[in-house]
Write a protein that binds this ligand. Structure first.
Ligand code: FEO
Ligand code: CA
Ligand code: CA
Ligand code: CA
Length: 596
């Protein structure tokens, strides 16, 4: 490991101040541009975007809505493929006078189906500094749209399980589409892992499934009846009606693997990685070469997981590597504080030794067809993973969002975005704050720095909020010199090992943004804001390119504020017209390293 990494030595930019401006605000001496917008043509035969005449056919060939996870696959120095998740659609911003799911036209509902999924687009570098642009001419042979209707397949130990069978797929092997793909990761063999998160919101009649299935439908919070929801996919495709097809919901909530370099490939739902409201799936290698995938389940009081493959990754052995995600062990995390806790006036607990830290273990849940959970078969553990984790006494966390290993320092970082429901009595050292409005960041150091380990040490370097608030903590750094931060969501690292954090839902009343924080040395905890996004948007993606000259962010749901709509847009970003979720790139005007 790089001994000097993660210390923030080259971070010299002047932080951006919190604001409510309807624009992408970046530091002095930086430039930004929009790479790709909702509705931009992805397939070469896609029509140009027309807000007032959108069709499902057009949307299925154009860049989808609400961009989230962003990653890049280089094709030489100045060309690359960009992968982007499209988490969800917001029909009230996409259509004029949208009447709600029950009254929507079938075409509007189909546009929603086509606006989900993901996109592969070719991009090219513009000039030398760090700007990238969408390739808009030529064959663009890799460009691809994945939607809620793309044929997929299951692999791994639960593929073909009774629990995954439906009338349309009696073998339980061919799911259709992916939904609510939030964060993700990449594999060492150059594919994308994309995480299906809040899939529950697409189904109706959760109360009309067989009695035996009811507790599981409830554990995944699928609504009863046909509530007043904004999307009613069941009105154009009956598989979303659980009264008719009760097990269709079991076919969502997975990690999906997609090969961006093979546009004809079938996306694969990897069942060995379990089923929950998946946020991320970041990979690293154990000391012995086994592949490790870190994952979060982003709901209040849910868990942190990791998967460790049975076999080792072998560089260049593509056929061998591509089966690694089908066989291995799924673990869930348990955190134990290392000191007695004392109550702090109803707002949570403070450890008596002054630090939030302790030890932890990875509790095995399932390995192939072997279940480690009493009363559950291996297939049940994989399909109803939340229930399995409940039974083994895993630690209930404050909404685990992104989790990723810092490849420079070896630490693993988890964004715990918030949890307004935690009471003072429920506060523990790993989730120390009651009514946790602003979230925190947790650091895991695996035993012997081995990602394959069964135990770890942990600490909480960042308790978010306004630094003037006594309740916040910035790893002991001088709080007068840090930026306020609220609701950490996605994390990533630059090649120097600094931690970058993007936010969603800033409860301090200003716009969301992107921050950077050194994780070692004297600068540990010196959090600085690098950019802010327009009104109503969350900041997703973040990706610092390997050459460190560009940082990409997905600006998700600009204009999504109460009462906003096309006649009264909450944002006019990026074009001064209707807001369009877009991926932007930021670079230093002289081509210097990001953060300089
Ligand atoms: Fe889709 Fe957990 O953010
Ligand atoms: Ca997220
Ligand atoms: Ca990440
Ligand atoms: Ca979020």
């Amino acid at each position: 490991k790089e001994q000097h990494g993660g210390r923030g030595g080259d971070l010299r930019f002047t932080p951006v101040r919190p604001n409510k401006d309807d624009k992408l605000t970046i530091p002095e001496n930086y430039r930004s541009s929009v790479v790709v917008r909702w509705g931009d043509p992805v397939l070469p035969d896609a029509p140009a975007f027309d807000f007032d005449n959108q069709s499902a056919e057009a949307q299925s060939k154009q860049f989808g809505y609400n961009c989230d996870y962003v990653t890049m696959f280089p094709m030489g120095r100045d060309r690359a493929l960009l992968w982007v998740n499209h988490e969800y659609t917001d029909e009230s911003l996409m259509f004029r006078d949208y009447p709600g799911g029950a009254e929507a036209t079938e075409e509007q509902i189909r546009i929603g189906l086509a606006g989900h999924g993901g996109s592969v687009v070719e991009i090219e570098r513009e000039g030398r500094a760090g700007e990238w642009k969408l390739v808009t001419k030529g064959r663009r042979r890799y460009n691809r749209r994945i939607t809620a209707e793309t044929p997929m397949k299951f692999s791994g130990p639960a593929a073909g399980s009774d629990l995954l069978r439906t009338d349309a797929d009696p073998e339980g092997r061919k799911p259709v589409g992916m939904l609510n793909n939030c964060a993700g990761g990449t594999t060492p063999w150059g594919t994308v892992l994309t995480a299906e998160e809040n899939f529950d919101q697409y189904f109706v009649n959760g109360d009309k499934v067989p009695a035996k299935q009811r507790p599981y439908v409830e554990r995944y919070t699928i609504a009863e009846g046909t509530p007043e929801i904004s999307r009613r996919f069941d009105r154009v495709d009956e598989r979303f009606d659980l009264a008719k097809h009760p097990q269709e919901c079991n076919r969502f909530g997975w990690i999906v693997e997609i090969d961006p370099f093979d546009p004809d490939s079938t996306p694969v739902k990897r069942t060995a990685l379990g089923r929950f409201k998946h946020e991320a799936a970041n990979t690293t290698l154990a000391r012995d070469g086994r592949l490790v995938v870190y994952m979060g389940d982003d709901s209040r009081f849910e868990y942190i997981y990791k998967f460790v493959s049975k076999d080792r990754y072998r560089q260049g052995a593509d056929r061998h590597n591509r089966d690694l995600l089908d066989e291995g062990t799924l673990y869930v995390a348990k955190f134990t504080g290392d000191s007695p806790e004392k109550e702090i006036d109803g707002s949570g607990k403070l450890p008596e030794d002054g630090e939030f830290d302790g030890s932890g273990e990875w509790i095995p849940l399932v390995s192939g067809d072997r279940s480690y959970v009493q009363g559950m078969t291996a297939e049940e553990v994989l399909v109803y993973t939340r229930v399995a984790a409940d039974k083994v006494g895993a630690t209930k966390m404050d909404r685990p969002e992104d989790i990723e290993r810092n490849l420079v320092t070896g630490g693993v970082y988890v964004a715990l975005t918030n949890n307004s429901d935690r009471t003072a009595a429920q506060a523990d050292e790993a989730n120390p704050r009651a009514a946790n409005k602003h979230g925190h960041v947790l650091e895991i150091i695996e035993r012997r720095d081995d990602a394959g380990a069964r135990s770890f040490a942990w600490s909480v370097p960042l308790v978010c909020g306004d630094p003037d608030d006594a309740n916040t903590y910035f790893a002991g750094y001088d709080k007068k010199k840090v930026s306020p931060i609220s609701c950490p969501d996605n994390v990533t690292f630059d090649r120097d090992g600094n931690l970058w954090i993007s936010t969603d839902g800033n409860a301090l009343g200003t716009n969301d943004g992107l921050f950077v924080m050194p994780v070692r040395g004297r600068e540990r905890g010196h959090l600085r804001q690098f950019l802010t996004v327009p009104v109503g948007a969350e900041t997703c993606g973040p990706m610092v390119t390997k050459d460190q000259r560009s940082v990409f962010v997905a600006v998700q749901h600009p204009g999504e504020i109460d009462g906003a709509g096309p006649d009264n847009p909450g944002s006019r970003w990026p074009d001064g017209d209707q807001p369009r979720p877009s991926v932007a790139v930021v670079w230093h005007r002289k081509g210097l390293k990001i953060g300089s």
